[in-house]
Design a protein around this ligand. Structure first.
Ligand code: GDP
Length: 460
């Protein structure tokens, strides 16, 4: 995705600044300019970029830093914090569905709005499936009576994900369909606790669409209205998001097609227009290609620093506890408190990843070379082969070698023995050790770069 390019550009700008012999005003300004250029190229609004520049400058006053202060670190941290702030309106979504199946509490009603083609119908099914995995009992209502075929599409998506749905071929009043659908599920014996309403995305005129949204919202009284935006929308995103916000109380945003060639920066500026947080991103057409969005880990991934907490959640989501080799949460805790990243930890991490199936989107969560190089979709196979090769090599290592925290342990004679034992060449073993070193280095930096990385996860 093009956002990966943005991340690469920002990371390179920071690295160039870090590598310069002295970090003075000139190096700082050059770094900020380079970052701003990259953001503008990714369609981020000029006003947001200007804010970012001004805020970093306010936070970092090189002249007033005490002698011996790590200027590189101070600047990097300020940039990371500002990138997070750009993606975070500072307010959590006004509502998160709560499990109430079997109780008398009113089920949560969530309404999705957005322009046709944004991925709204697909996102309804993804949102439903995500919550079902979390133990909810969701149901879908198709209140798009404008587009012929909308109901069939929702039906198909719902059936594939095995989620009950409601719609009508005959009724042309979207308000009536929405109300009937919600009522049907409120009365249903299946005691659904999450009712998701899909709405129209097109009309003869935009004003008519917005008026329809207002009426549907007034009739079904949703607990949460989610605006769905296509990542490729570019600079138009801000005005479009604001128009929706003026008609319905948009409380959260989902950005779709983050896997594509979209620049992404535009859609992310919907945050500024609606003051509502992005809660999920769509990363593919498949129902499972959907991720909770949290600015800090996202920025961390974008800059190639990995997203350990996201990775842990993915592993936990995908595998029942008893199948896990090591408790990934424990491992992250250990690392966050300064523990060494051993070869065995890398092995177990790879093992967990391999057992989880499609690996593509997970690579970007790994720090080091995997995160940076293999973030692009379509390079999963390459990554998988690499992981397999590394694991074969590690299979020829002794327990002491795997658990060692001494970087000097892996001497030439051990490397030659491991290469022979695993049927690989010495250079392959060295490559694996280099990768481990790179990952370990990133892991070590993470607590400093991403303070509170594990806090404030908002959306599951
Ligand atoms: P709607 O008109 O807003 O309801 O949009 P649809 O749900 O019909 O989606 C429009 C197209 O976008 C379909 O071909 C979807 O498969 C595709 N789509 C939706 N979300 C994503 C996503 O996150 N990634 C990709 N690559 N395609 C998506």
């Amino acid at each position: 995705m093009v956002l990966a390019e943005l991340g690469g550009s920002i990371a390179r700008a920071l690295k160039r600044m870090s590598d310069s012999t002295v970090v003075d005003e000139a190096a700082f300004a050059a770094c900020l300019n380079e970052i701003s250029r990259a953001l503008l190229q990714a369609d981020v609004r000029f006003a947001s970029v200007k804010d970012l520049q001004a805020n970093v400058r306010t936070t970092v006053n090189l002249a007033s830093l005490p002698a011996g202060a790590n200027k590189r670190h101070v600047i990097t941290q300020a940039v990371v914090a500002e990138l997070c702030r750009m993606l975070d309106p500072g307010t959590p979504p006004p509502f998160s569905p709560t499990k109430s199946k079997g109780t008398t509490t009113r089920p949560s009603v969530v309404m999705l709005v957005g322009l046709q083609g944004s991925g709204k119908t697909t996102t309804c099914a993804k949102y439903a499936a995500h919550h079902r995995r979390k133990g909810f009992s969701p149901a879908l209502v198709c209140a798009d009576t404008f587009r012929a075929g909308a109901f069939d599409q929702l039906k198909q998506n719902a059936a594939k994900a095995n989620i009950p749905f409601y719609g009508s071929y005959a009724e042309t009043d979207p308000v009536k369909v929405a109300v009937d659908g919600v009522e049907t599920f409120l009365r249903s014996e299946q005691r659904h606790d999450l009712i998701i309403v899909d709405t129209s995305g097109r009309h003869r005129q935009e004003a008519a669409l917005l008026e329809e949204m207002r009426q549907v919202a007034e009739a079904v009284r949703p607990d949460l209205v989610i605006l769905v935006m296509d990542a490729s929308i570019g600079q138009a995103a801000f005005d479009q998001a604001r128009a929706f916000k003026e008609s319905v109380p948009v409380g959260a945003v989902i950005v779709t097609k983050m896997d594509g060639h979209a620049k992404g920066g535009g859609a992310l500026s919907a945050v500024a227009a609606t003051k509502a947080p992005v809660i999920f991103i769509g990363t593919g057409e498949h129902v499972g290609e959907f991720e909770p969005f949290d600015p800090k880990p996202f920025v961390s991934r974008l800059l190639g620093m990995g997203d350990l907490s996201g990775l842990v959640n993915k592993i936990k989501d995908a595998m029942p506890d008893q199948q896990q080799n090591t408790n990934p949460e424990e491992m992250v805790q250990k690392l966050m408190t300064g523990g060494a990243f051993t070869l065995r930890m890398m092995y177990d991490m790879f093992q967990n990843l391999r057992e989880m199936g499609p690996l593509g989107q997970l690579f970007s969560m790994l720090p080091g070379g995997f995160g940076g190089e293999l973030m692009a979709k379509g390079r999963e196979k390459e990554g998988q082969a690499k992981i397999k090769r590394y694991m074969t090599i590690m299979d020829s290592m002794t327990a002491a070698e795997l658990d060692s925290t001494d970087p000097k342990m892996m001497n030439e004679s051990r490397i030659v023995r491991i290469a022979r034992g695993s049927g690989r060449q010495v250079k392959d073993v060295k490559e694996m050790l280099e990768e481990h070193k790179r990952m370990a280095k990133m892991m070590k930096k993470m607590p400093k770069m991403m303070p509170n990385l594990n806090n404030n996860r908002r959306c599951d």
